[in-house]
Design a protein around this ligand. Sequence first.
Ligand code: GDP
Ligand code: MG
Length: 443
Amino acid sequence: LSGRLSGVFDKLTRQGALTDEDISTALREVRVALLEADVSLPVARDFVKAVSEKARGQAVTKSITPGQQVVKIVHDALVDMLKGEGPAGELKIDSPPAPILMVGLQGSGKTTTTAKLAKRLKEREGKRILLASLDTRRPAAMEQLAILALQVGVDSLPIVAGQTAVDIARRAKQQAALGGYDVVMLDTAGRLHIDDELMDEVTAVRDVAKPRETLLVVDGLTGQDAVNVAEQFDGRVGISGVVLTRMDGDGRGGAALSMRAVTGKPIRFVGLGERMDALEEFHPERVAGRILGMGDIVALVEKAQETLEQEAAERMVKRFQKGQFNMNDLRSQLEQMQKMGGMQGMMSMLPGMGKMQKQMDDAGIDDRVLRRQVALIDSMTKKERRSPDLLQASRKKRIAAGAGLEVSDLNKLLKMHRQMADVMKKMGGMSKKSLLRGGLGAM
Ligand code: GDP
Ligand code: MG
């Protein structure tokens, strides 16, 4: 498939403006690629139409070919469409005990995801979590959750025989309030197919639990079926987000795109295996790459993007050579590192790379830290960004408050800026070429 796509794009190697014919040829193949990735037909059709309107009349950036240009437009449009508002992995779990309701079909990975998410919230945010299984039909399912809870080191609600799902939900909420838990996660029963009994039960549980988040867990390999499931659950129960499991498998992730298009609900996390740490925040870029067919096509896109970024990088090198490095420069660097967060996730898909990822985690290279630093810079005035020396106590307070953080966080950022500015000064003497080769990417 990706061979077919790149074949088409290889033909579009001339330089010059995008012609309507270039666009139609390329988009015909994109449409096939989408369908093969299990994107539903109406969604694929709408998507291609929107992209074709966007592509028409776009000038071709110098040093990339029309084919690459189309890939980039398609890729960016995919990312846009996959992206929800706000950071994917952040849940509304203030006002403890915050109930999270986990819903979905049987076998979709609800119980596993419940435990994975509990582990993540405990480790990353220091939350105290209580897990409760509402799967009254299968006693083994309750034990499964209890065992997983033990494994990830969080508490689970004691199992009491003979209670209904609604009873258990009520008991879980009480227990969570009494026990001072931050989050109570309710793992509901699933069915093989959606039926009224299931929906009625989940709706009744929802009314008692009043969840802050209702996460629909769907098997990323089920393609179009997943979309119907999402539509039904959203229509009848109301969901706040989606977790796509089995994204470690061979599926192309087209379900993600259809689901976004149909429900408009954000995809929060993806499951990447059976292990308790195989859950990560949803990265639209990565799924877009998968849908288009990873490898060569994505490499092409990246090449196109590199070309665009090259100009920005060259401008920056000129500034460094003059010994200039202000908060705007730091912000660009942080954004670059955020993109590496994407890489971190790519590595987790490759066997044997877990150790390297752990090193990155230990070093504190984490999307969340980077996002906070960017938020701090964003809450500075233009003048302050240009001359960070202006930052006295009252300004610092204002900036930290603006980003919802502490002055100590800002001080850390300022220290990092000073250190980097020093390095920049030293590098000022280096040639432009060696800066572009080694310096920028590595920082
Ligand atoms: P539930 O019926 O919805 O609660 O599903 P379970 O959580 O019991 O999961 C069913 C099976 O899918 C289990 O064997 C899990 O280990 C497996 N599973 C869950 N999530 C993932 C995932 O992201 N990747 C893979 N490969 N397997 C998963
Ligand atoms: Mg289960």
